[in-house]
Design a protein around this ligand. Structure first.
Ligand code: C5P
Length: 415
């Protein structure tokens, strides 16, 4: 299964039936909508439906209405209902799901267009939004579509699929593009309604993420392929659990998540300055940043010309930020990451001791599914006393959740 939703979140404290808005968009996958609607209703949700004009080319209003609670809203009903703002009424829901999400609807939502009922409602929806895309693999991978999906994710929207399988009107498509199945859609939508535990409410969490760049001259630097995704996942998970989050990140290709104070830096020295500053008020520090161990001893102020033959670069060690925080730890919980190719547990435990970290997440860069830039991670939690827990391969958001669970256990133990 390809990019699945992050851990869903939306506080829900109503005694009545949860209300879910299902937007059915124009794709062959629209025929799966009634089954998803039925499952949501069976689970106790009250389901309202909007069908886009294109959706009604694939499925009748009647088939959708029969599976929903009440009539289907369409562009026609929107205009007919005026001056009543039907989109604002439809938007008052606990969660919204877009079934058969098209490139156009993603683009509308990412750019704030409101020219049809579905798009206008998406701009006003109060609860979390789950996108269930169905589109041709090439369209899904187009940078415009990926950019729009990334924008929506950065606003906290969730995604389920697309998945690998046969799709299209004639089953002509094979590969990525198939929409998720109705039972998975219903489960993910109901998951959005799960009350989020606000167990980090008021806790100040500092996260570092991404690589650093160590400049040799103004246009050349030493760096590493860290994507920053793990650190962003920790920051977002902490935010959703009620923490006040500061995220200090090296250069990454990720948009700033909403509700998080983001500081963007380039070099290890800049990262150190920002982290040390923010750590003063933080109660939890999670250092996921892949800080370069060395920087150029003498950074040239002008671009260095090519010379014949070998060149030697003189490197000097960067300060170890985590170790520095460990020396003035106070009551903070300190978490580090370590990448090892051999003797992982031993080396990570020694590192945790040396840096005075409460625990270290050990990554194996050579292990499948844990490569740089992926959406999953498989890590081992290692404590300074060399006790450890092997965690299965999980989404980075799930790993983030488990890290924060351990942080809370340590805080509770300290009383
Ligand atoms: O020693 P090593 O680089 O393997 O340790 C990794 C951990 O230490 C990570 O949590 C990383 O963010 C942190 N670190 C640091 N400053 C450095 C190098 C690593 O804070 N200069």
């Amino acid at each position: 299964m390809m990019p699945t939703s992050e851990v869903p979140s939306a506080p829900l404290d109503r005694g009545q039936r949860p209300q879910i808005l299902v937007i059915v968009a124009g794709s062959m996958a629209a025929v799966k909508a009634p089954s998803a609607l039925r499952r949501l209703r069976e689970a106790g949700a009250e389901v309202r439906v909007i069908a886009t004009r294109a959706a009604l080319e694939f499925i009748t209003e009647l088939s959708l209405a029969t599976a929903a609670d009440g009539p289907v809203a369409t562009d026609e009903s929107w205009f007919a209902a005026r001056p009543t703002a039907q989109h604002l009424q439809l938007a008052k829901v606990d969660a919204a799901v877009v079934i058969g999400a098209s490139a156009e609807l993603l683009a509308n939502a990412a750019h704030g267009h409101a020219g049809d009922l579905a798009s206008a409602t998406l701009l006003s929806v109060e609860g979390p939004v789950l996108w269930v895309p169905a589109m041709n693999e090439r369209m899904w991978h187009h940078p415009a579509v990926q950019h729009n999906a990334a924008t929506l994710r950065s606003w906290g929207h969730h995604f389920l699929g697309p998945e690998v399988g046969a799709f299209g009107t004639q089953g002509e498509g094979k590969g990525l593009g198939r929409m998720s199945e109705p039972e998975d859609i219903a489960a993910a939508a109901l998951g959005l309604l799960r009350p989020v535990k606000q167990d980090l409410e008021g806790v100040r969490v500092l996260v570092s993420a991404g690589p650093t760049r160590e400049y040799l001259d103004p246009v050349r630097f030493i760096s590493n392929p860290s994507s920053g995704k793990m650190g962003f996942a920790v920051a977002e998970e902490a935010r959703d659990r009620g923490a006040e989050v500061t995220l200090v990140t090296g250069p990454v290709n990720l948009l700033s998540p909403r509700g998080i104070s983001v500081v963007r830096v380039e070099t290890a020295l800049e990262l150190r300055e920002a982290v040390v500053q923010a750590a003063q008020t933080a109660q939890v520090v999670v250092m996921t940043a892949a800080v370069a161990d060395y920087r150029a001893a003498n950074q040239a102020s002008e671009k260095q010309a090519k010379v014949a033959g070998d060149v030697t670069i003189h490197l000097t060690p960067n300060p170890d930020i985590l170790a520095e925080l460990g020396q003035h730890k106070g009551g903070r919980v300190l978490v580090g990451f370590a990448m090892e190719t051999h003797a992982g547990i031993e080396r990570a435990a020694a590192k945790a001791q040396r840096k005075n970290a409460d625990f270290i997440l050990l990554n194996y860069p050579t292990r499948e599914g844990t490569s740089f830039g992926g959406d999953d991670n498989q890590v081992t939690l290692v404590r300074p006393d060399a006790t450890y827990e092997d965690w299965p391969r999980l989404s980075k958001r799930e790993v983030a959740g488990k890290i924060l669970d351990e942080v809370l256990r340590i805080r509770a133990d300290r009383g």
